[in-house]
Design a protein around this ligand. Structure first.
Ligand code: HEM
Ligand code: HEM
Length: 239
C-alpha cells in the first residue's frame, strides 16, 4: 500500500518507514554480517561482492534521502541544536516522549554518523590491499603501495568504530523500548506506527512531529536502486 494522506491525529495508524527504507535497513544488517564473516574467514572474493552491495545500498539511501518519502529525507529529519537539545531534555525527563513520526532530532544525526562510517569503510576497502599483496580493492592500482596499505589499516581501524556505533545504535533502540516504552523496531518491520499520546507527553511537540506526508510510489525507488547499482557496476568494470 502506498499511503498518500498526511494524517497524524492521536491514536491514528500512520505510515512511517516505506518498503525501500525497510529493505535498505535489513539488507544492510545482513550484508554487514556477511562482510564481517567473509573478512574473518578469508573469503575476499565474496567480501568484495558484498562490499559492492553495501556501496549500492548506501548510494541508494543517499538518493532516497533527497528524492524519497518524506520521513526518509535528510532535510526533514536533520534538525538544528535547539531541537536536538529539546529531545535530549525529553530523554532525561522521566515519562513518555512526545509522539514521533520518523527519526527524532538526535536519531537523525545518528543516522548520518552510521552512513558516514559505512561509506568510509567502503571507501577505504576500494583502495585497500590485503596483507600478502595478493588481493586488492578495484581502485588500489590507482594509488601507490603505501597508500593502499594505509587504506587497509584505516579499513581495519574503521571497522572497530563501526562496531561501536552499531552497538550504541542497538542500545539506543533498547533504551527507547525499555525506558521510554517506545517500540521503534515494529515500524522498521511493518512500516506503520500508532501515534499514541501517553499521559504526560508534550502534546504540542507531538503534533508538530506528526505533521508528515506519506510514501512516494515504489517505481521511484526501483529507478533509483537501478541507478545506484549501475553506478557501482560502472565503478567495478571501469576502475
Ligand atoms: C549492522 C547493524 C545495523 C546497522 C548498520 C543499522 C543501521 C541503521 C540505519 C542507517 C538506520 C537509519 C534508517 C534510515 O533512515 O535509513 C537505522 C535505523 C533503525 N535501526 Fe538499525 N542498524 C543496524 C542494526 C539494527 C538492529 C539489530 C536493530 C534492532 C534491534 C535496528 C533497529 C533500527 C530501528 C528501530 C531504526 C529506526 C530508528 C528510528 O525510529 O529513528 N538496527 N539503522
Ligand atoms: C561496509 C562495508 C565493509 C565492511 C564492514 C568491511 C569489513 C572488513 C573487515 C572486518 C575486514 C578484516 C579486518 C581484519 O582482518 O581485522 C576487511 C578486510 C578487507 N576488506 Fe573490507 N569491508 C567492507 C567493504 C569492503 C570493500 C567495498 C572492499 C573492496 C572492494 C573491501 C576490501 C577489503 C580488503 C582488501 C581487506 C583486507 C584483507 C586483509 O587485510 O587481508 N572491503 N573488511
Amino acid at each position: 500500500m502506498t499511503p498518500k494522506s498526511q494524517g497524524g491525529a492521536p491514536g491514528e495508524r500512520v505510515p512511517i518507514w516505506d518498503l525501500p527504507i525497510r529493505l535498505f535497513h535489513w539488507l544492510l544488517v545482513a550484508d554487514l554480517a556477511g562482510l564481517w564473516w567473509t573478512a574473518t574467514h578469508d573469503n575476499l572474493a565474496l567480501h568484495f561482492k558484498l562490499g559492492y552491495a553495501a556501496l549500492a545500498l548506501l548510494l541508494f539511501r543517499l538518493f532516497w534521502g533527497v528524492m524519497g518519502s518524506d520521513q526518509a529525507r535528510f532535510a526533514r529529519f536533520l534538525k538544528g541544536p535547539a531541537a536536538v537539545l529539546r529531545h535530549v531534555r525529553h530523554l532525561a525527563t522521566p515519562g513518555p516522549l512526545p509522539p514521533q513520526r520518523g527519526h527524532n532530532a538526535l536519531g537523525g544525526w545518528a543516522v548520518v554518523m552510521l552512513l558516514l562510517v559505512l561509506l568510509a569503510q567502503v571507501g577505504t576497502g576500494l583502495f585497500a590491499v590485503d596483507d600478502d599483496g595478493m588481493e586488492e580493492g578495484p581502485l588500489a592500482h590507482r594509488v601507490s603501495a603505501s597508500v593502499a596499505k594505509l587504506a587497509r589499516r584505516l579499513h581495519h581501524a574503521n571497522f572497530s568504530l563501526i562496531q561501536v556505533v552499531v552497538a550504541v545504535h542497538v542500545m539506543a533502540v533498547l533504551f527507547y523500548l525499555v525506558v521510554k516504552r517506545e517500540n521503534l523496531v515494529r515500524p522498521m518491520v511493518t512500516g506503520w506506527k500508532r501515534l499514541t499520546f501517553l499521559p504526560g507527553a508534550d502534546v504540542r511537540e507531538g503534533a508538530r512531529n506528526a505533521d508528515r506526508h506519506g510514501w512516494v510510489p515504489l517505481w521511484r525507488a526501483g529507478l533509483l536502486a537501478a541507478i545506484a547499482a549501475g553506478l557501482v557496476a560502472g565503478l567495478v568494470v571501469f576502475a
